[in-house]
Write a protein that binds this ligand. Structure first.
Ligand code: KE4
Length: 426
């Protein structure tokens, strides 16, 4: 595969940008090759600087549920640009987007727009602390909630790929306020709650984990979190940066039937532009400045161009909820292809991961938490990734990320992918 132009760009990038990338997982370090540099994208396709074309199952890590450069979204964004890029003043679009988010997820009675998932989760945690007057939070190993200091404790995603569960530079004091439980293990939560009685402001969870690979909640796990947070006066925060508008139009609360106190959204809600959100119970969100005492602000919060992308994306999803059946069905076909090759597959709707669990191909494995995900064969994953890429199919360059299916992945392309899986999982 020709990669000369990408290599030139990567060499230049590494002179000025740490690792040559603006987010670690993009460096392809877990799969032992240099990254390709994208020139443009259309529908399910990415085109790189050397003219190579890839069928894209990363979808910009989730935003691309409609496929890249959806005409309706692009046209609206182009029109919005003509009216100015940023005002730092309220606009009608922000009201419409807030109304649409609340219409899709009725638990979101009030919502604040921000610019990244990290900012959304960081803010939601601060609101939970401000509302409860408590300092500690419980998260789960293998869950990733962005790179704010207090949440880089046993994060999954990029950090997990680097096998460094904590980040340098996080003050010990921050980590001390973050307690880490085991995903799908109710006893680990109960124990932390008992040991820190009256001190836990919130439990923050990926309602379907997707940063240690996809790990769905075991039956009853989320309901248990709902019950124990109610009992102890802690808030339940669903980090739906990935699952929001992905599992269903109403996200995880629709998909699982469990309802949280606060929600965070990112990725799809911004249609691929820098826009995220946090929101939930009106009494809790009433703590947010200027209404309440919890400060949070942002120059580009509710940016009119990003808001336009978000509105057009949600409008398209709201007008054609048949998309969810289409992308779920297609993801199911991919899961079958992986299982035929003896891999362990976790899937929730159009989110899936195929794991190279110990003894893969001979014995059935299971991945229900961080520890089990860490036991996967990363060399075998890397070989599979590279074989797929040589066949023009781009999956996430890490065992600990999800595969995303978009509405642009037509059935014929899914079948082509299934064939490539059969040739690449060896
Ligand atoms: P951002 O700050 O990257 O927009 O969102 C952070 C975040 C928060 N919560 C969840 C559940 C997330 O998955 C993320 C970010 N996801 C990763 C991919 N797993 C983003 C890709 C990257 O880090 O480059």
């Amino acid at each position: 595969m020709e990669q000369r132009r990408s290599k030139q760009l990567f060499d230049r990038a590494q002179q000025l940008i740490p690792g040559g990338v603006n987010s670690p997982v993009r460096a392809f370090r877990a799969v032992g090759r240099q990254p390709f540099f994208v020139e443009r994208a259309q529908g399910p396709w990415l085109f790189d600087a050397d003219g190579n074309r890839y069928l894209d199952y990363v979808c910009s890590w989730g935003p691309g549920i409609l496929g890249h450069a959806h005409p309706r979204v692009v046209e609206a964004v182009q029109r919005a640009c003509g009216g100015g890029l940023s005002f730092g003043a309220p606009t009608a679009g922000e009201v419409e987007l807030a109304e649409r988010i609340s219409a899709c997820v009725p638990d979101v009675e009030m919502v604040r727009l921000v610019s990244s998932g990290t900012e959304a989760v960081m803010s939601a945690v601060r609101v939970a602390r401000g509302f409860t007057g408590r300092e500690k939070i419980i998260k789960f190993s293998g869950n990733y909630h962005g790179h704010s200091d207090g949440l880089l404790v046993k994060a999954g995603s990029g950090l997990m790929t680097q096998s460094v569960p904590d980040s340098a530079g996080v003050p010990a004091g921050y980590a001390a306020c973050t307690l880490t439980a085991v995903y799908n293990d109710t006893e680990s939560v109960r124990r932390l709650m008992e040991e820190n009685a009256g001190q836990v402001a919130a439990v923050v969870v990926e309602p379907v984990a997707a940063n240690m690979g996809v790990v769905p909640p075991k039956p009853g796990f989320l309901a248990f979190l709902r019950q124990i947070t109610r009992q102890t006066g802690a808030l339940l925060i669903f980090d739906e940066v990935i699952t929001g508008f992905r599992l269903a139009l109403g996200g995880a609360s629709e998909y699982t039937g469990v309802h949280a106190d606060l929600y965070t959204f990112g990725k799809i809600v911004g249609g691929g532009m820098p826009l995220a959100a946090y929101g939930g119970r009106r009494d809790v969100m009433a703590c947010v400045a200027p209404l309440g005492a919890v400060y949070q602000a942002g120059t580009l919060s509710g940016n009119p161009v990003a808001v336009t992308a978000g509105i057009e994306t949600l409008k398209t999803l709201m007008e054609d909820t048949g998309i969810y059946e289409r992308i779920d069905r297609r993801a199911g076909r991919l899961a079958e292809a992986f299982r035929r090759r003896g891999l362990t597959v976790n899937r929730a709707g159009s989110l899936l991961s195929a794991f190279f669990t110990p003894g893969w191909g001979e014995q059935e494995g299971s991945v229900t938490n961080y520890e089990e995900a860490c036991q996967c064969d990363r060399e075998a994953f890397s070989a599979y990734f590279n074989r797929m890429l040589e066949r023009g199919i781009y999956v996430a360059p890490s065992q600990f990320e999800a595969m995303f299916v978009s509405d642009a992945h037509e059935d014929e392309l899914i079948e082509r992918t299934c064939e490539a899986i059969g040739e690449s999982v060896l």
